[in-house]
Design a protein around this ligand. Structure first.
Ligand code: AMP
Ligand code: GLY
Length: 429
């Protein structure tokens, strides 16, 4: 329960750039007192008490931690795995307050077969598709299906379980990788094979309490590892907000044909969704709005460009989602644009080394350096790399072009052995 005192202590689950952006947004709230983060990272540790000894997927230890800390009044569950595993349900069962969907609603991200079937049942526009749990049947289908085609592992695969096949041979190879070689483990036991859509992409994240839907400022991610959309899919190499090709008329269509119908559909299925629902949309050349994917959480690195633009007290918004009072909230946004450039470890998203010392240089005071894979080296006392995506440098500017220049000017001041970043984030501005 939220107590009557003026400050409230909050725990955030996760340890990436998204969680740094969430902890940073909470730290700006006059209502928030002490912040905890499990596991956190070296950047989050500057504003929250981190617990790197506990994993975000160790539900037993997290519940025990909250049980043992009477002062924690709210737990914000940010990553997909603990949501899908039912951390929010587990906390609620013990009488703790938690932000994020229950497991039966988080399945909208955790199973692409579920989400495609939901869209079909409720007439929500998306790419035409087939689902398969038999490799032989999928293989036979791919022999005749139109190409390019898109093959998606059913389950959670860190944003990497999607193969765009230009040819049937590539499609066969992709199927084998997912279903036989089990490149994504159990996530590839079933696949969705769908129509290849063209157009432009936009990510719209929305707060919802299960009834009211409040879309946040739009954004766009760059998922491929290298410039010119070359290389493998990653968790996201950079973002910008707003996506200015997404017009108010498109936003209106999206609200009527996608956002509200999705939230209503989940409610009808007995899976009311409370938290952040992320709509990955394709706007086709004909101006149609189609769903590419749903996520049951803030995007990473979308959160790094959206939350710095949010002018509301995010603690109020989280509580309104939980309490079903989102209809009393109006979101307001900083007019300025934001660009985030991710600095990654050489080799990511495949093999990369950790433990490289990071030099930050003289970063502009108004630039936000969100930490993702970083850790404090116990022996040397320095901040070192500890993951594939290491930092997200976010700058605000009057225009996207100004924000982009500032983000790049500052990412260039940072260095670590093997560091790379894309040079074409927000390239049309
Ligand atoms: P997802 O994880 O489903 O968003 O897929 C990752 C990326 O693959 C998307 O951001 C798109 O760039 C691309 N993608 C996914 N589905 C399709 C599709 N049906 N047509 C074209 N591109 C797609
Ligand atoms: N950046 C895409 C995601 O968070 O899924």
């Amino acid at each position: 329960m939220i107590n009557n005192s003026t400050v409230h202590n909050v725990l955030v689950i996760g340890g990436g750039g998204r969680e740094h952006a969430i902890v940073h947004a909470l730290s700006r709230s006059p209502q928030v007192g002490k912040l905890y983060c499990i596991p956190g990272n070296a950047g989050i540790a500057q504003i929250a008490e981190c617990h790197p000894e506990i994993k975000a997927t160790d539900l037993d230890k997290i519940v025990a931690f909250v049980d043992a800390h009477d002062d924690i009044e709210l737990t914000v569950v940010a990553p997909d795995d603990p949501l899908a595993l039912g951390l929010v349900d587990r906390l609620q069962a013990k009488g703790h307050r938690a932000f994020g969907p229950n497991a039966n609603a988080a399945v909208i991200e955790a199973s692409k077969v579920f989400s495609k079937n939901l869209m079909k049942k409720y007439g929500i526009p998306t790419a035409a598709y087939q689902t398969f749990s038999s490799y032989d049947e999928a293989r036979a289908y791919v022999e005749t299906c139109p190409v390019p085609t898109v093959i998606k592992a059913d389950g959670l695969a860190l944003g990497k379980g999607v193969i765009i096949a230009e040819t049937r041979e590539q499609a066969q190879a992709g199927l084998k990788e997912i279903m036989l070689d089990k490149a994504f483990g159990a996530a590839g036991a079933s696949v969705v094979i769908e129509e290849f859509l063209t157009g432009f992409e936009v990510s719209v994240l929305a707060f919802t309490d299960g009834k009211t839907v409040l879309p946040m400022a739009s954004s766009q991610d760059h998922k491929r590892a290298h410039d010119g959309d070359e290389g493998l899919n990653t968790g996201g190499m950079g973002t910008f907000s707003p996506q200015d090709a997404y017009t108010p008329a498109m936003a209106d269509t999206a609200m009527q044909t996608v956002f509200l119908p999705t939230v209503r559909a989940l409610e009808k299925e007995g899976r009311p969704f409370k938290g952040v629902l992320y709509f990955g949309l394709m706007i086709t050349p004909a101006g149609e709005v189609k769903v590419l994917e749903y996520n049951a959480r803030f995007g990473d690195p979308e959160a790094q460009v959206i939350l710095p633009r949010l002018q509301n007290d995010v603690f109020d918004v989280f509580n309104a989602c939980i309490d079903g009072t989102l209809d009393r909230i109006t979101l307001s946004w900083d007019e300025r644009a934001a660009v985030c450039v991710v600095a990654a470890s050489g080799g990511y998203p495949e093999k990369y080394e950790k433990g490289k010392k990071i030099t930050f240089g003289d970063i502009d005071p108004d630039v936000l350096v969100f930490h993702a894979g970083t850790a404090l080296c116990a022996e040397c006392g320095e901040i070192v790399t500890n993951g594939g995506r290491v930092l997200g440098v976010t700058a605000l500017g009057k225009t996207l072009s100004e924000a982009k220049k500032k983000a790049y000017d500052n990412v260039r001041k940072i260095s670590f052995d093997g560091m790379f970043y894309r040079n074409d984030i927000c390239k049309n501005h």
